[in-house]
Design a protein around this ligand. Structure first.
Ligand SMILES: [Zn+2]
Ligand SMILES: [Zn+2]
Length: 363
């Protein structure tokens, strides 16, 4: 099958024919990929900010149709429509048992063993499967817990985005931060994740949702389609934090950093009210540290890490599908260009340039 392979850092992906196993293991499913989103986290691997073994197939928010199931898989069937999501969980560890699969401590249990035929290979040697998904490929061989069956009325291209951008953004606002009616919310970064923080906060009843970005196109999307009540172009405003404090009677209750730039945690703290919370949603590079002036702690502010919006895939993804089908969750405006696998490097260039919200590779 064809896949986009990263062979060397900073290089374009190459479209190659690689192999998947003829025989599934008992707990695996085979999925014909329908669509996959291109996310900043993919970019972090390409540019080396997040170090991973090469060669690798990236892509971690995908959708598809199940074509085969392993012998012990009883709750997924051939023909099922699924979302493949990087929250792959073992189901047995302390975190999984307490209903927190996003914090799973034994993701290795969902991979094949060291001596076994790899899920992806080229001329007999392993090609790595990033986040246990590797969605930049025509076919995915996955652990059963990597997929969630969804309503077949859901368009599969839009469904792909549920697995990362939507789950992380909406989940950060609603599940992790618990934004409530009347809250003041700031969202730094109006990309795929940030726009979904905006719509999650708006749906939760936030009084003020202020989106900060340098892209006028994304800020327009935030206010027109994703519930932002105010937008701030940080390329034009000298002191965005002061403007936020003015708009919110002293600062936000919840400030979300959805870029993954350590310095923006400082901006988020400055924009947060006494007693408020900063939520670090963006993915920082390996070894990154964040500025934390202690004065903010004495003002009762906290900085909290967020992992995948604390997604519980089997419960939350079908609920997000239902929200979309009922008209309560914007997805169409989130999708930018739809491109073919051969054009994937153009899609990555779009991401670097900040064009559109989410470029989708469709198969
Ligand atoms: Zn992502
Ligand atoms: Zn686990």
């Amino acid at each position: 099958m064809r896949a986009a392979v990263l062979n060397a850092l900073h290089e374009p992906l190459t479209i190659e024919t690689i192999d998947t196993p003829d025989a599934l293991q008992a707990n695996e499913v085979r999925v014909a990929t329908a669509a996959v989103g291109i996310c900043h986290s993919d970019l972090h691997v390409i540019d080396g900010r997040v170090a991973r073994p090469l060669p690798v197939v990236l892509g971690h928010e995908a959708s598809g149709v199940v074509s085969e199931v392993g012998s012990s898989v009883k709750d997924v069937a051939v023909g099922d429509h699924v979302v493949a999501c990087f929250v792959v969980f073992c189901g047995r560890c302390r975190m999984c048992r307490s209903g927190r699969p996003a914090m799973c401590q034994d993701r290795q249990a969902t991979m094949r063993g060291a001596g076994e035929e790899p899920r992806l290979s080229r001329a007999g040697s392993e090609v790595h499967q990033w986040t246990n998904i590797a969605g930049f490929a025509e076919e995915m061989v996955l652990h059963r817990n990597a997929v969630t069956v969804i309503d077949e009325r859901m368009p599969l291209d839009l469904a792909a985005m549920l697995g990362c951008a939507v789950a992380t953004g909406v989940g950060s606002a609603r599940k992790v931060a618990g934004v409530g009616p009347g809250d003041h919310v700031v969202v730094i970064g109006a990309g795929g994740v940030g726009l979904n923080v905006c719509q999650g906060a708006a749906a939760a009843g936030a009084a003020t949702v202020i989106a900060l970005d340098r892209s006028p196109e994304r800020l327009a999307l935030a206010s027109e389609r994703f519930g932002a009540t105010h937008v701030v172009d940080t390329g034009l405003v000298a002191d965005p934090a002061a403007l936020v404090r003015d708009l919110t009677d002293g600062g936000a209750d919840h400030s979300f950093e959805a870029v993954g730039a350590p310095a923006l945690i400082g901006l988020a703290l400055d924009a947060t009210a006494r007693g408020g919370s900063v939520w670090a949603v963006g993915v920082f590079g390996d070894g990154a540290t964040i500025p934390l002036p202690a004065d903010h702690l004495h003002s009762g502010k906290g900085v909290h890490g967020v992992r995948a919006g604390s997604l519980e895939p089997q419960r939350d993804l079908p609920a997000l599908v239902a929200d979309h089908l009922a008209g309560r969750l914007e997805l169409e405006a989130l999708a930018g260009r739809r491109i073919a696998l051969d054009e994937i490097n153009d899609g990555i260039a779009d991401l670097v340039a900040g064009v559109g919200a989410r470029t989708l590779v469709v198969f």
